[in-house]
Design a protein around this ligand. Structure first.
Ligand code: GLN
Ligand code: ZN
Length: 760
């Protein structure tokens, strides 16, 4: 018995095989049987990887063709009315992606990760019925290969907590109905084997739950865990501590509790009670959210702490969460710097870590075989080498951080905006866009050809400049007032900066599933961050040289750069953000010295970094705001600083947003009329706001009348002097055919509204 445990495994495939076959199937190039074939090969391969690494607890039903929450809706028969006519894979994929007749179900972020799940839609007319086919088949598939799996399942309280009631009301009203189906399911499962282990994922238990939800835990798990003595029930939590719910769970007949000790150290405080109640602890000690090699010395120390309370026979060594959130395997990273690569561990490599750690912990160092002994000492050496490497330390950066004296801009907002308005002379309801224009296939091809050295630097720059020329000409022609260059040189708003900063590395194959078949490849920060030279000045000054109007420069803010990267684990995130902020600060300064008068610092992912626990929010907000302010503190009073955020719910964070002290913020309120803007008025928000007058996430062209109405709605809430008019996000993913008429209509709408205002 190796007593190690993998919470869940990635499923997209090491070469993104699942992505490829799904997309071919959706494009009607291959039949569904091909998807099934690839899926079953992948499952088999993934089970074998785990089995070969010596993992004892391997999951089934961690696989999914799209998403596990969606799978759970299918299992429960929670199918929204509009899909009722459909069946099998057509039903499944239409729920996820929609079709001509039915809109897709909503999708949203899974806790604080970049994975997105399909939000269940529940109504009081639902009739839930069990459909356990997928789960039972997967269990049998593994069994046929000689692998006895634990079955992963999203728990009823998390399922309900993440679902929405389309008829209004509270999803938890359905707890009994839903738990009934889980009961039926477990009754089915007991028939599968003499003993079956079920991992019920309840990540919602790491949030601050109200008493009403807490009161559902005991009855639910009393019921589920007493169905049969041949069921071993594990309640799995991750991403934070779950101290409150552990106190309740220990009083139910479940077998084990999964705790994340990487992102929820406070879980250590629950161990006495768990031990007293004789439950098994599944200890998440190998980080499932990051790419760094485990530090065995530190982990063994942590395990000793846990082990001083939990006896060996009640302890399993686990990944802190599903390995879905890290890239698959390092095996294909052929181009990466060898030294940096030696510091990393992706999903497959983490299996070996779990295996070795459990060998050391349970059997003792002395009893390791020679190979494992070597691996152990290599781990110690590599981690030591990393901590001493000149690649990660930059004295100049540390010195500079030490000596930061200017934390914020000169002047109050009132002083600044007066100066800015004098210089910039923009009208009320000034028009602008968020930064990017459509990324045409020519632009993408030129960028990729240049990356592969297939075209010269001159040719590449010329193509980008041609594109910028066209963007400028188009914006002038339709009468936009504050222009942008269109961002053709940027593949991604974080990657573009990461590539030019020291301390950043990029992977070749570090794909992580984001939703459905979509994957992202986050860059990683391994060392101190510095900016060898300016990153955007040439492009922006070129664009400015092509127009008499104001050219707004585009930067990505420190918090967003941080939140969309894998971050070094040897420094607090706040310090890493500070280093990035200094690099952006230099860029802001270079831009204004080059004559640029408006600079937008995007913080698209500011909200994503919010902690799951209320008690930790204050600290996050403090350093996030401080670092944003630091990043623009070099701006003179006359330089106008904009920021942009990709969401519209500001009610909880409005004071924090105000404290960022940007002169202008653009946000994503197009879809919610003026409802979500009201909070700005309620709190007496002073700075200027561009609420986004149309939704860029749809190809539909908004009419002039529609935009006029939208602007009038905004004017019901905020005065014209405080409002900017813009689309609600960047236009990069849209086509020119959509962008051109939409923006023309937007400008025309503003003209009409201004005329009307004059008359009044
Ligand atoms: N300036 C960026 C763009 O327009 C902002 C993107 C974003 O907010 N996600 O593409
Ligand atoms: Zn946006």
């Amino acid at each position: 018995m190796s007593k190690n445990y993998v919470t869940g495994f990635a499923r997209i495939g090491e070469q993104r095989e699942l992505k490829k076959v799904l997309e071919e199937f959706w494009a009607k190039k291959v039949p569904f049987s091909e998807v099934e074939k690839v899926a079953s090969e992948l499952k088999q391969r993934h089970w074998n990887y785990q089995n070969d690494a010596g993992i004892e607890y391997i999951s089934s039903n961690d696989f999914s063709l799209y998403d596990n929450m969606l799978d759970t809706s299918i299992m429960l028969g929670a199918i929204p009315q509009r899909f009722q006519e459909l069946k099998n894979e057509e039903l499944y994929f239409t729920m996820a992606r929609g079709n001509e007749f039915c809109v897709a179900m909503e999708m949203t972020k899974w806790f604080n990760t970049n994975y997105h799940y399909i939000v269940p839609e529940l109504t009081c007319n639902d009739n839930y019925t069990l459909n356990a086919t997928k789960i039972i088949n997967e269990y049998k598939e593994a069994k046929a290969l000689g692998i006895k799996t634990k079955i992963n399942l999203i728990g009823p309280l998390t399922y309900l907590g993440l679902s929405k009631r389309v008829d209004g009301g509270d999803s938890y009203e359905f707890t009994n109905k839903i738990v009934d189906i889980y009961v039926q399911f477990l009754q089915e499962i007991t028939k599968l084997d003499d003993e079956v282990t079920i991992q019920i994922d309840e990540p919602i238990f790491v949030k601050d739950l109200d008493v009403k939800i807490l009161s559902l835990i005991k009855p639910t798990y009393d019921r589920l865990a007493s169905i049969s003595t041949n069921l071993k029930l594990i309640v799995m939590t991750y991403f934070e501590h779950s101290c409150e719910t552990t106190k309740i769970l220990v009083h139910t007949p479940i077998w084990g509790i999964g705790l994340d000790f990487i992102h929820g150290e406070e879980n250590l405080n629950s161990l006495e009670l768990i031990s007293y109640k004789n439950k098994t602890v599944i200890a998440g000690v190998v980080d499932g959210r990051n790419i760094w090699k485990n530090n065995y010395i530190d982990t063994l120390e942590l395990l000793d702490k846990i082990g001083s309370i939990i006896p060996n026979e009640k302890l399993l060594i686990a990944s802190s969460c599903s390995l879905l959130h890290v890239p698959f395997t390092l095996q294909y990273e052929e181009k990466m710097d060898i030294e940096i690569k030696s510091w990393l561990s992706y999903g497959v490599e983490k299996l070996d870590e779990l295996s070795l750690l459990s060998n050391i912990y349970f059997k003792g160092l002395e009893s390791l075989n020679t190979k494992d002994k070597i691996l152990f000492s290599q781990n110690i050496e590599v981690n030591k080498a990393r901590s001493l490497s000149s690649k990660i330390h930059n004295q100049a950066v540390l010195q500079r951080v030490q000596n930061i004296s200017k934390l914020q801009r000169d002047g109050t907002y009132e002083e600044r905006i007066k100066l800015q308005k004098d210089i910039l002379q923009y009208q009320d309801l000034a028009t602008t866009t968020i930064g990017s224009f459509p990324q045409t296939s020519e632009v993408r091809e030129a960028r990729s050809a240049y990356k592969k050295s297939l075209i010269s630097k001159e040719r590449y720059e010329q193509e980008m400049k041609n594109y910028i020329d066209e963007c400028v000409a188009f914006q002038e022609e339709i009468g936009l007032e504050v222009l942008v260059h269109g961002e053709p040189e940027r593949n991604d708003m974080v990657e573009y900066f990461g590539e030019q900063l020291e301390g950043y590395a990029f992977s070749q194959n570090g794909w992580v599933q984001s939703y459905g078949s979509r994957c992202v490849k986050p860059p990683f920060i391994y060392g101190d961050i510095s900016r060898p030279k300016s990153m955007t000045v040439d492009w922006i000054t070129y664009a400015q040289s092509k127009t008499e109007l104001i050219m707004k420069a585009m930067l990505t803010g420190p918090v967003t750069i941080l939140n969309w990267s894998f971050v070094r684990d040897d420094k607090p995130r706040s310090e890493v953000a500070e280093q990035i902020a200094l690099a952006i600060n230099d860029e802001v300064n270079d831009l204004q010295n080059a004559g640029i008068k408006i600079i937008q610092v995007d913080e698209a992912a500011f909200k994503e970094g919010y902690p799951l626990r209320t008690e930790k929010i204050k600290a996050y907000e403090k350093w996030a705001v401080d670092n944003f302010r630091l990043s623009v503190s070099s701006a003179k009073k006359e330089t106008q600083i904009h920021t942009h955020m990709c969401y519209s719910e500001f009610n909880d964070i409005i004071k924090t947003i105000e404290a960022m002290d940007a002169d202008v913020i653009s946000i994503e309120t197009a879809r919610s009329g003026n409802e979500l803007l009201k909070i700005f008025k309620e709190v007496g928000y002073k700075q200027e706001v561009g609420p986004g007058v149309y939704d860029i996430h749809s190809p539909r062209v908004p009419s002039v009348e529609e935009i006029v109405k939208q602007i009038e709605k905004l004017l019901e809430v905020l005065p014209k002097e405080q409002l900017w008019i813009n689309p609600d996000c960047g236009l990069k993913t849209r086509k020119w055919e959509e962008v051109k008429p939409s923006l023309k209509n937007m400008v025309q709408a503003v003209t009409i509204v201004r005329e009307k205002l004059k008359k009044d």
